[in-house]
Design a protein around this ligand. Structure first.
Ligand code: A2H
Length: 253
């Protein structure tokens, strides 16, 4: 946790199906309500490459009212912060409407805004920290070493994680071209540093640092409306497009 405030883009990832374990927990909601997982990201320009969304099986999330027709799922800590940032209808009100174990969300079909993949799923990530962001991480395996190695791990032993192989079948999609690592920066770095598991914390920290610097300062968009533009310049534009489309908002902590 740094001392400087962190400005995230909060991505609204809509639930398109309600898993069996989730249904009884949200039965009090009007059935026309839209429900979103809220993922906090520092890389909005990579959202074209989302392949799934991660939650922690050991975190209990809350369900909070965003407006008359929309509810959001995130940690209570994030909801409290949001309630003081004019994101919820009433300042300081972060009453939860349901208590949702991460495990109840696994396998839900979701809509990941701007992704090239139209059908993606909620999957488990054990390294998510409860005290950072919203406790929900959208998966971009092309540019996030953590996301890529977690995806490989899930693909290797789906039955151990209680997931279906088809939920974790999407390949990383090229989003950003870089001079040093090509157009799948995270894949290249995980291979070069020989990262074997999501628990290789030291190597992953190094990969993350290298990926972030290279992507931000040398990267050029490979896809989308800003194809050909430097990442540095495209980032605020994609972020604004997501916000204008009603698919994201600014979240600080
Ligand atoms: B980033 P910082 Cl493509 N636990 O989004 C673990 N990781 C978390 C988290 C939590 N509670 N909340 C957010 N994150 C991840 C995209 C991305 C991210 C890419 C490349 C790198 C990257 C897609 N996942 O992050 O500690 C989220 O993943 C590496 C910097 O606040 C978020 O941005 O600096 C980032 O970590 C926030 O990390």
């Amino acid at each position: 946790e740094g001392v400087r405030p962190q400005e995230y883009t909060a991505i609204k990832i809509r639930l398109l199906s309600i898993p069996e374990k989730l249904a009884p927990l949200i039965s009090a909601l009007d059935s026309s309500s839209k429900i979103y997982l809220i993922a906090a990201t520092l890389r909005p320009e990579t959202m074209y490459g989302q392949t799934c969304c991660f939650v922690s099986p050991s975190i209990t999330y809350g369900l909070y009212k965003l407006n008359d027709s929309e509810y959001v799922i995130c940690t209570e800590r994030a909801a409290k912060n949001m309630s003081y940032q004019d994101i919820f209808p009433e300042i300081g009100n972060y009453t939860s409407h349901a208590s949702i174990p991460g495990s109840a969300l696994i396998g839900a079909k979701i809509h990941a805004p701007f992704s090239v993949y139209k059908e993606v799923y909620v999957l488990p990530m054990e390294t998510i920290k409860e005290g950072k962001g919203t406790g929900v991480v959208t998966c971009v395996p092309s540019d996030s070493p953590d996301d890529y190695i977690t995806t490989l791990d899930l693909q290797k032993k789906p039955e151990y994680y209680g997931i279906k192989a088809e939920w974790v079948a999407h390949e990383p999609a090229p989003i950003i071209e870089t001079p040093t690592y090509g157009n799948l920066t995270a894949v290249t770095l995980v291979e070069q540093l020989k990262i074997q598991s999501p628990k290789d914390a030291v190597l992953l920290a190094k990969a993350k640092e290298l990926a972030y610097k290279e992507g931000y300062y040398q990267g050029v968009m490979h896809i989308g409306k800003y194809k050909g533009l430097k990442v540095e310049d495209a980032k605020p534009k994609v972020r604004q497009d997501l916000i204008d489309a009603g698919e994201a908002f600014v979240y600080n902590e």
